[in-house]
Design a protein around this ligand. Sequence first.
Ligand SMILES: NC(=O)c1ccc[n+]([C@@H]2O[C@H](COP(=O)([O-])OP(=O)(O)OC[C@H]3O[C@@H](n4cnc5c(N)ncnc54)[C@H](O)[C@@H]3O)[C@@H](O)[C@H]2O)c1
Length: 264
Amino acid sequence: MTRFKGKTAIITGGASGIGRATAVQLASEGCHVIVADINFDTAEKVAKSLATDSIGFKLDVSSEDGWNDIMKCTEETFGGLEILVNSAGIGFAGDFEEMPLAEWNAMMSVNLTGTFLGCQKAIKLMKKSGKPAAIANVSSLGGLVGAEDLAGYCASKGGVTLLTKSVALYCAGKGYDIRCNSVHPTYVDTEMLDPIADAFGDRQAMLDGMASQVPLGRVAKPEDIASAILYLCSPEAGMVTGHQMVIDGGQLAGMPAQHSTKGE
Ligand SMILES: NC(=O)c1ccc[n+]([C@@H]2O[C@H](COP(=O)([O-])OP(=O)(O)OC[C@H]3O[C@@H](n4cnc5c(N)ncnc54)[C@H](O)[C@@H]3O)[C@@H](O)[C@H]2O)c1
């Protein structure tokens, strides 16, 4: 498939998990990728493994200077920008009353400020590039509903949900051909779950427990989320903006059965 032939994408958090899977899928459809991550060595390894001419870039998404640098590099290397995927993210779980301010601030700066800066800087280069463009922000189910032990994470991801809609309306209102959407995954089996797995002591048991909350009976793979991101950034989604795409195996669709007829 060549839906993205000749286009250029920046993917934050591209060294791992959902960002890496998105980089692989976009490149396999002809897109040049700037694999942007705070972890440069892995970002560069991912970039070198891709099917197109792609590069790694060391970016701390919470740094405005970093965003200015990556936009300059993107323009100089590939001549413009058509796609931004804001996938970099961090999460800390714990008791709300004990949550350290430093953890709250870190989640806000990476998850929310990082996405804000990315959208703001990308729009400028996308406008200059003059081609149809799209932004996909990786929020979470936690950007739509709260969680007992994830208040800071949910607050940051809820911010991403409404930032996305506001950016979509801003671009539409200005007449820019730039769409902006968010994706909201359930549990995804990536490195982000490692600390929970360590605390749990048995990764498979943790995944099984998570899967039991999902009507489709499994946690998501990074590729499940990447496929949705590709759709939202593709020409097929040309009429889709400000949308919150839930990828949760039915988790938010409703409540589990309260009564069973089994055995009756
Ligand atoms: N894994 C899940 O269960 C899950 C569920 C819902 C949403 N999400 C969201 O999906 C996104 C991707 O997560 P993932 O599961 O692929 O996790 P991951 O840990 O595999 O990947 C996250 C990447 O972000 C990078 N990163 C962290 N801080 C950064 C910074 N300041 N600047 C640049 N890069 C930075 C990390 O180095 C890493 O490569 C995150 O925004 C996360 O909140 C994950």
